[in-house]
Design a protein around this ligand. Sequence first.
Ligand code: ZN
Length: 419
Amino acid sequence: MKKWSLFLISFIALFCGCNQNQELTIEGVIEKNETEIISIHYPKTGFEKLDKEINHYISNTRTNLKQYIKENVYIEDLPELNIDYEYKVIGNRYSNIVLTTFFTSPLLAHPINEVKTFVFDQKENEFLALSDIATINTGKIKMELLRQHKDCILIENLEKAFLDFNSLKFTFTDQSIILYFNSYEIASGNCGIIKYEFPNKEFHIPIEKSAVQKTSLYKPNKKELSLTKPTIALTFDDGPSKYTKEIVKLLNEYDANATFFILGNKVENYYDTLAYVLESGNELGNHSYNHKKLTKLSSKELHNQIELTNEVVKKTLDYDIHLFRPTYGATSNSLKSNVNMEIVLWNVDTEDWKLRDSKKIYEKAIHDIKDGKIILMHDIYKSTLDALKRILPELKKQGYQIVTVSELKEIQAKRNEEN
Ligand code: ZN
């Protein structure tokens, strides 16, 4: 895409009041070590009061996990903590945040699922309770919850939950209110987290109309591929992040392209970044929705992890994903039969997530580079960005053509045809 259309996107983003799509920073920790598997994502909103509460929740949850690990011994599988987020700004003013914690351990019969919500008025710098935003007919809601979940609702718990009306977990849109109940809060465990959305038009607070969602404007640019040059594919997992744009800028400088295996949960908050990724001729792959370890999930959960990502990419960027990279590189038969995309692993691991040292990452990447290799990196670390500043010129010096995974496959297929 031409520069002016990128300018146009920024222009629309600035003036249509699309706070919902504004790029905020998503903080992330993705780690697998000897004692635990962790994937945590949460927004850094820039509102001190709100960020403090979010950080407090995240660090509490991590402390609990550390304590749990100390007290329990594992033989095979590791405990896994996953915290995912949803972030929306309603009426250009109200931050609505949902943090969903998922914890599983071989010692637990069922994973633990928990929801935490924050509704924050940016203008007044104040958290809002349910009674601040609307008058609710609790009798009607209780009846409806009973009707929808008649197999698992525990009446006594339901009554208790509504006693302190303002302790209810909720978020809202400009048309509705959504209530969240943790497992066992109002129902038996088999119902898991209960989410109940009901229409609401009369708010106690002023709500400006939210802007219409942006539509995709990018035009992928296809470049000439050489069949004779030595060729490698660069891949980046776990993004997008605040470093992704810088990485794409660097790739552009060296006439290089890459495949970005992204997480679905960040797509809406990184619209501009992803449009830039695509318009620069790069490719997107699916790397699950929120980086859970996929081999242990039920087929419904697995389906969600895969399809939600493809759906949000299609909806937001009008782009079809064809490649899939499993989290932690772990595959299983159930995974293979559930994925309708080509599964792509790698053969050069820079270990950038562990090293966090640009010199060492550079050495790992360059060490046994050869025609046809697929290099694994992560676009969520500054050290990876710094390493690329040396890797790209070095590869170019050695005469390499740097392409996406699909382009590498295309080149390999054409070469085979010729032979
Ligand atoms: Zn990953």
